[in-house]
Design a protein around this ligand. Structure first.
Ligand code: CP
Ligand code: NVA
Length: 299
């Protein structure tokens, strides 16, 4: 059974196949209904716009159907049924699950009891589907991502976790600028370094942005982040992506953001709405990548 949980679990050539088939899916705009009779079950423990709608569109375009389970309106979220029992039931109703969970640990626990594949639609640890869409977007605009320089400015969060894994799996340079206290997960940095990845972590946003092909950021406060918000924003104020920072990157560099954004915090309006910004394409490409990920899991 093929789960899609973290990019470091999946073979490099499989990730490349997923990207190439997403490019084809986009070209063909899914005229072939390849998943007639298949059902995707979606569980969202926290809010979503893009992940929810792009998975709905993806399965519809493939000829399949979806069911959505709202934890607030089911036994799953109330604690009056074990996750083992819920997983057993869902395994009979659907062919594949996509879940957005508060805790990655809980996601893994649930996945162990399922008898059908599961896709990680974001946890506190990672967001692999987003980064796959970002690789597709980058390559659509700039060609192969191999050896290109991607800069990350801001919080060392779940998005950058998956980005670090992608730097290894797709062989690109990654420069992460963040305050010392907000550095990304140490385990994944060490994993990447052991794999001889071309990654630097610096406190200096200018160093990271210099000569970059793409500059990426995300909200300073993620969903379910209970840290002292005022203090965290103060630590991050020098890591805003603004026109000054964009000027340090290559002249044709792009700006990327998974969205939702907090305009005026991690990114200025000028950058979000500039010609360099590819944020809407990133959101659109989620649909094509999801189609490819679902099919990879079901093969
Ligand atoms: N980027 C992303 O996953 O957006 P949503 O939270 O809207 O799903
Ligand atoms: N880091 C953000 C990503 C949202 C898509 C969060 O976890 O809230």
């Amino acid at each position: 059974m093929k789960n899609f949980i973290n990019l470091s679990d999946i073979r490099k050539d499989d990730l490349r196949k997923i990207i190439e088939s997403a490019k084809l899916e986009k070209k063909q705009s899914s005229k072939k209904k390849k998943l007639i009779g298949k059902t995707l079950i979606m569980i969202f423990e926290k809010s979503s716009t893009r992940t929810r709608l792009s998975f709905e569109l993806a399965i519809k375009q493939l000829g399949g159907e979806f069911l959505a389970l709202n934890p607030k309106e089911s036994h799953y979220g109330s604690g009056d049924e074990s996750i083992y029992d819920t997983a057993k039931v869902l395994s009979q109703y659907g062919d594949i699950v996509m879940m957005r969970a508060h805790k990655h640990k809980h996601f893994l626990e649930f996945s162990k009891h399922l008898e059908i594949p599961i896709i990680n639609g974001l946890t506190d640890l990672s967001h692999p589907c987003q980064i796959m869409s970002d690789v597709l977007t980058f390559e659509e605009l700039k060609g192969p991502i191999t050896n290109k320089k991607i800069a990350w400015l801001g919080d060392g969060n779940n998005i950058v976790y998956s980005l670090i894994e992608a730097a290894v799996q797709f062989n690109f340079q990654l420069a992460i600028a963040c305050p010392k206290k907000l550095e990304p997960n140490k385990k994944i940095i060490n994993w990447a370094k052991n794999k001889k990845a071309n990654i630097i972590v610096t406190k200096n946003p200018k160093e990271a942005a210099k000569g970059a092909d793409a500059i990426m950021t995300d909200k300073w406060i993620s969903m379910g982040d209970h840290s002292n918000k005022k203090y965290k924003k103060k630590l991050l104020k020098d890591y805003q992506v603004n026109e000054k920072i964009m000027k340090l990157a290559k002249s044709d560099a792009i700006f990327m953001h998974c969205l939702p954004a907090n305009r005026g915090e991690e990114v200025t309006n000028e950058v979000m709405d500039s010609k360099k910004s590819v944020v809407w394409l990133e959101a659109l490409n989620r649909v094509h990548v999801q189609k490819s990920i679902i099919q990879w899991c079901l093969k």
